[in-house]
Design a protein around this ligand. Sequence first.
Ligand code: PLP
Length: 389
Amino acid sequence: MATELSKRCDSIVQSEIRVMSVECEKACGINLSQGVCDMEAPTIVREAAKRAIDGGINSYTRYDGIAELRRAIAAKMLAYNKIKADPETDVVVSSGSTGSFYSACLALLNPGDEVILFEPYYGYHVNTLLAVEAVPAYVRLKSPDWTFSAAELEAAITPRTKAIVVNTPANPSGKVFSKKELELIAGLAKKHDFFIFTDEIYEHILYDGAKHISPGSIKSAAERTITISGLSKTFSITGWRIGYSVCDKKWSQMIGYMTDLVYVCAPSPLQAGVARGLTELGESYHAEMCADLLKKREMICSALSHAGLEPFKPRGAYYVLADSSRLGGVTGKERAMRLLEKTGIACVPGEAFFHNPQDGYGLLRFCYAKTQKDLEDACNRLERIKTAA
Ligand code: PLP
């Protein structure tokens, strides 16, 4: 039959995160499921974007982004990520880091190529790989510290392995990969000749003295690493869709062409706004954001703990996984729905982050990048399950 969905749709399901957001809206609840940052976007960024619109910067940009933004990204990469990038050739601005990851997959992966991911994983990584008909392979991060076994990682490598995905700090675990772990990954990538795709969207969100290290800053991995990040989280502009990849020009040109093909370019005035923010907002801005999120992490972890949902404290990003067993039921979805019913709080069932759903049944993920008021309200509501569960 000609009029039917493509085969690739068989493996694609709507993200459980979006599903829970819809349920939350129906229940008029507090949405701690989606990683939407409810904090205000910095004035400097908003003002620069408005000026760009009024100043006529409203057309398509070069496929890889406006020069001002590519230069600002290259400067930030050198100063913060310790990665040298030529803004003319090595930086591709795209439609969010999601667009950057998809463009990189289109440019570098063939159907049937195997790609290793650490789980719990970020679902969009898996679904994007499936959309390009790559084959995910999984290595477990073990709670409570989310460490992995070198032997298990080596065992996941086959002659078809084309890439590994690193996400540091990680969603949903909050793991921050150590230098030693990244060197191990870099060594294996070199030995077996595969790419490292690294999603560093939470690079500035770190707690307890954790340090962000970019895999691309490890010399032996530099040429094979595609560093992906964006400003959705750092500037609380998830709807602006500004992200980028940085890599050797051998790869960046085709990644740029793929971005052109799918998105044409990222929104031009918003690129201008972000460029201004990257140039003007430095360490103190990030420190302030981390201090605020640290307070929020403490608040939610303590409320979860009191409610008997023991949290695994994250070292980075703004999500917390918590043990859901106290809520009764079997699946994470049942438990998440039960929590929504009793408290009006939406969270994400753990199975959204594992390829074997039952491995995630015992976990729920809560996003705490919320306004103080909403988070306080959510923490008070968690009190209700003390008696209700
Ligand atoms: N990567 C990770 C690990 C995320 O958690 C998210 C959003 O939740 C994204 C990427 C999306 O980023 P962007 O808005 O830049 O597409």
